[in-house]
Design a protein around this ligand. Structure first.
Ligand code: CTP
Length: 398
């Protein structure tokens, strides 16, 4: 619930502005008061009348509006809010925020306040991937702004990819989390993710094909429900989500140490594809070809991080979720793995090459709990993550 919370909603100029009308409705249903600010470009997509009718408040549009200044100055306007939400946040608005420009009402409000800011970007996929936007979003995150989305999917411009604004209910969840109102607020959760690299010598390593996509999606979903997330990641292809504490590691040994340092936590989600073996005595110098024949690599077993944490007596997280990547007899193997590892749940999936799951954007999982196996339909990795995060929230609430 958002009763008595004041949201200043800045609506930028993008086709996604129509979703902001629904967002206003959803926020008001939950008891929030919404003060809308419409940029000039935003007015091209939604009318001031529909915005103010839904918000039940005047819509603010002009920096130099004498009536507004008499009623409530722009400084006051931004400071009286509990949270500023920019939805849709265009590439232009993000650029202005980074540059510190204040040449219209929206950018001036954002400069004139220390109220927390939540950004819901919406733009064409090329614009989102442009080096300037990449720089801007990193800078905004470093300046303390929070992000929700964008999502991946079909775009109004006919292209496909990341850039679609998050759906209104996702933005509501992010607002609740930002205001400490999410179902996981006050909970600290550890997520391991990505592959590990086990050094052979300073330039070579043993690795695996994990992209880190599922782990990053789980971390994001948990954070958007309000959890404080410690994200321990190996060298993954997919970047870590915003709004989580990132701990980068290379090898299984480093991951194990980072996990210990993150404890205590309320729950641990072990999505990393940890190498089972490392090279027993990795060379400190580059191995050279020699006339004496091929080098032989002796392997040693890596620590099983999940098993160790699951068997901790005192200090064991209340809920421990492991992952199992299998290629055959998925339910049988994953059920045995749950018992062997001592974890509470196993998220199992079939990674046979024909499923296209490893390295792909979709997943078809079976959740193994003490009550048995629950098959989830095939869905995007983000959707799997959201469903899992909801289940974790429900389990920790018991
Ligand atoms: N795991 C871990 N540390 C390891 C190996 C695995 O924490 N050294 C975790 C993974 O993060 C995952 C779970 O254990 O949550 C299962 O990983 P998997 O590689 O499928 O299990 P293995 O123990 O390697 O089992 P098997 O080789 O029999 O498939």
């Amino acid at each position: 619930m958002l009763a008595s919370k004041r949201i200043l909603l800045i609506i930028g100029g993008g086709i996604a502005a129509y979703k902001s009308l629904d967002l206003i409705r959803r926020l008001r249903e939950r008891g929030a008061a919404v003060t809308p600010v419409l940029t000039r470009a935003g007015e091209e997509f939604v009318t001031p009348l529909s915005v103010s009718a839904l918000a039940g408040e005047k819509v603010y549009r002009d920096l130099f509006d004498l009536t507004d200044e008499a009623e409530m100055g722009h400084i006051q306007l931004s400071r009286s809010a509990d949270l500023i939400v920019v939805a849709p946040a265009t590439a232009d608005l993000m650029g202005k925020m980074v540059a510190g420009l204040a040449n219209d009402l929206a950018s001036t409000l954002l400069m004139a306040t220390d109220t927390p800011v939540l950004i819901a970007p919406a733009m064409n996929v090329r614009m989102w991937d442009h080096p300037a936007t990449r720089r801007n979003r990193h800078q905004l995150a470093a300046d303390g702004a929070m992000f929700v989305g964008p999502n991946e999917g079909d775009m109004a411009c006919g292209e496909y990819g990341p850039g679609r604004m998050s759906e209104p209910l996702e933005i509501v969840a992010a607002i609740e989390a930002a205001l400490g109102q999410g179902p996981l607020s006050g909970r600290r959760i550890l997520v391991t993710s990505g592959p590990t690299h086990e050094p052979i010598d300073p330039v070579r390593y043993i690795a695996n094909r994990s992209s880190g996509a599922q782990g990053a999606a789980v971390a994001q979903a948990l954070a958007s429900l309000g959890a404080e997330v410690v994200f321990v990641t190996g060298p993954a292809e997919v970047p870590p989500p915003a709004g989580v504490q990132v701990v980068r590691v290379e090898s299984a040994g480093e991951m194990s140490d980072a996990v210990d340092a993150a404890l205590p936590v309320d729950a641990g989600v072990f999505a990393a594809a940890v190498a089972d073996w490392r090279v027993a005595s990795a060379s400190g110098r580059k191995l050279k070809k020699s006339k004496d024949g091929l080098p032989s690599l002796e392997l040693a077993e890596n620590p099983d991080i999940l098993k160790r944490v699951a068997h901790m007596g005192e200090g064991r997280p209340r809920l421990i979720v492991g992952f199992a990547a299998e290629t055959d007899n998925v339910i049988e193997h994953a059920t045995a793995k749950r018992a062997r590892k001592g974890c509470d749940w196993i998220v199992a999936n079939d990674v046979s090459p024909e499923t296209g799951i490893m390295g792909g954007s979709e997943n078809a999982v079976v959740l193994i709990t003490e009550d048995g196996a629950e098959e989830w339909p095939r869905m995007g990795k983000d959707a799997v993550a959201e469903r899992l995060a909801q289940r974790i929230a429900a389990a920790l609430a018991e």
